[in-house]
Design a protein around this ligand. Structure first.
Ligand SMILES: Cc1cc2nc3c(=O)[nH]c(=O)nc-3n(C[C@H](O)[C@H](O)[C@H](O)COP(=O)(O)OP(=O)(O)OC[C@H]3O[C@@H](n4cnc5c(N)ncnc54)[C@H](O)[C@@H]3O)c2cc1C
Length: 500
């Protein structure tokens, strides 16, 4: 049986082996100096003794392996801390509730003991979303992976009612025999859950149209410390502020999402795509903007800058690549593709080799963990800005993270602006990786905000983005008041969204 990695991404046996690490090191040496060491994957370290005695009423684990693997999310910062055996504040207990009643009981049990409760889906957070940063109170992780049932499929209205702890592949597996799909595929799809997507406002990898999970949710059931909340299952409503918006992006700080109705679609059968080569990044950006504003709505419209095109799609000509794809369950898509190619030609684009990026995209997280073992610091961050701000934002980010080695791609595009995704590679002395990462993060975040970007397009706020999140004024005051009302003892995920 496949086993999840306790320290890094995905399946333990999919991590890069010694030969793959050597090959990766040879490729990296062309860009960055390496010290030649390969960090060994350590065994689970011995953790400090748990401060709580497990309750008998709910399934729990208090062993070191369960606590270590639930200590952090899956950002580079988390992986490197595991590799360096830095697990100073592990949770005291991992609880596995099997239904909403057990979630309620576990929350009440933890509240009586003054413990913090961290709702945990797949644990793929990249912003410190599942890690309590303090030693002042015991910590209970509420692992929701047993809430994994599909409860109902409405084939007439095209919607599915599902428990929140279900992982992406299991949900698609249940929809496939009906010819349906949620069509929400974040890169972390295999190891993240519906509840996590809703709680972080995740973005799938389709470039236009429905991208955020926000667009796919009809209704939600959320268990707060003061009671259960249900939103109405309707296709749309103009009745006052939108209730789902209270829970979307609430990051486990206001309640535990136990189930949801999500909009599904017929599985696409018509699919066509092409990669377009551009000599300059500027030409490629203009072509991408014109397509985003054309109403063609490509399923994929992923722009790769020259370095990203080389590393991610094997393009060696120094140019940029636009990966274009169209899909439909209903009608052929050749006409849309043809028109998009015409738009690209108008900006000097030329149809090129078949895309290779998908394989790299899926293998990417394992490669990142391999880079961490070679001593490379890797930071990925993403934003969204208007088209008119993009050029200055791009320049500012490159300057802010220098001398780091930076690539940029667009993961999503909108008529009024792109969602640029940056990857920075740098070196750090062994043991000093977290400090270098923190510095890169701070410089990059300041550059984003100073140039009209958001601190995140789809990675959530968690704890890492708090300094760049809170808009001063009434919104923050109202959010804090909501937290006090729903969670008066402050037990739920203290610290995320800057809510103590
Ligand atoms: C390699 C990699 C690739 C990624 N790619 C993408 C991507 O393409 N798009 C994207 O949007 N994100 C991406 N992410 C980030 C991450 O996968 C998303 O934030 C995802 O939505 C988290 O889901 P999860 O189930 O793993 O939640 P977790 O990481 O377990 O939790 C995330 C947050 O949600 C809260 N939470 C989880 N479940 C619940 C619940 N049922 N009720 C209330 N709160 C809950 C937690 O308390 C925490 O604050 C990526 C991460 C990695 C490591």
């Amino acid at each position: 049986m496949a086993v999840r990695s306790w320290w890094g991404w995905g399946w333990a046996d999919q991590a890069l082996d010694a030969h793959e690490l050597e090959q990766l090191a040879d490729r990296v040496r062309a860009f960055l100096p390496l010290d030649g060491e390969i960090t060994r994957v350590p065994a689970v370290p011995e953790l400090r003794a748990p401060r709580l005695k497990p309750p008998s009423s709910v399934e729990c684990r208090a062993d070191d392996e369960a606590r270590a693997s639930h200590s952090y999310g899956k950002a580079y910062r988390d992986v490197i801390r595991c590799l360096n055996q830095d697990l100073a504040s592990p949770p005291d207990l991992v609880v596995y509730p099997a239904d909403a009643d057990e979630v309620q009981r576990a929350m009440a049990w933890a509240a009586e003991r003054g413990a913090a409760v961290i709702p945990y889906g797949g644990g793929s957070s990249v912003v410190g979303g599942v890690e309590y940063r303090g030693a002042d109170r015991p910590v209970v992780v509420l692992d929701l992976s047993k809430l994994d049932e599909v409860l109902e499929i409405d084939e007439v209205s095209l919607a599915v009612r599902t428990q929140a702890g279900i992982f992406g592949p299991a949900l698609e597996h249940r929809l496939r025999p009906k010819g349906l799909t949620l069509r929400h595929f974040p890169q972390s799809f295999e190891f993240s859950t519906v509840g996590g997507w809703l709680a972080t406002r995740a973005g799938g990898h389709f470039a236009t149209g429905y991208t955020h999970i926000d667009d796919l949710v009809e209704s939600m059931s959320v268990l707060t410390p003061t009671g259960m909340a249900h939103t109405a299952r309707v296709p749309a409503s103009g009745a006052g502020p939108e209730p789902n918006r209270l829970w979307l992006g609430s990051e486990g700080a206001l309640g535990v999402i136990t189930e949801a109705w999500l909009r599904v679609q017929q599985r696409p059968v018509h699919k066509e795509g092409v990669a377009i080569a551009f000599e300059t990044f500027g030409q490629a950006v203009t072509a991408t903007r014109l397509i985003a504003q054309s109403g063609l709505n490509p399923a994929n419209c992923r722009l790769l800058d020259p370095l990203e095109a080389m590393l991610g799609a094997g393009a060696l000509d120094g140019g940029s690549r636009l990966i274009l794809g169209f899909e439909s369950a209903d009608h052929p898509v050749s006409a849309q593709l043809k028109r998009a190619i015409e738009i690209c030609r108008g900006q000097g684009g030329v149809a090129s080799d078949a895309e290779k990026w998908r394989g790299t995209f899926l293998r990417g997280p394992y490669l990142r963990d391999g880079l961490a073992r070679l001593g490379v610091v890797v930071e990925t961050f993403e934003t969204a800005c208007t088209w008119s701000n993009f050029e200055s934002l791009h320049t500012a980010v490159l300057e802010a993270v220098a001398p780091g080695f930076v690539t940029c791609r667009f993961t999503h595009v909108y008529p009024d602006g792109p969602a640029p995704y940056f990857t920075v590679y740098a070196t750090a002395p062994r043991g000093g990786e977290v400090a270098v990462w923190d510095e890169l993060k701070a410089h990059a975040s300041q550059a984003l905000l100073a140039n009209g970007g958001t601190i995140t397009h789809h990675h959530a706020v968690g704890r890492d983005h708090v300094p760049w999140y809170h808009p001063p004024g009434p919104f923050t005051e109202a959010l804090r008041a909501v937290k006090r009302t729903l969670d008066p003892q402050g037990i739920l995920n203290p610290g995320v969204l800057g809510l103590g």
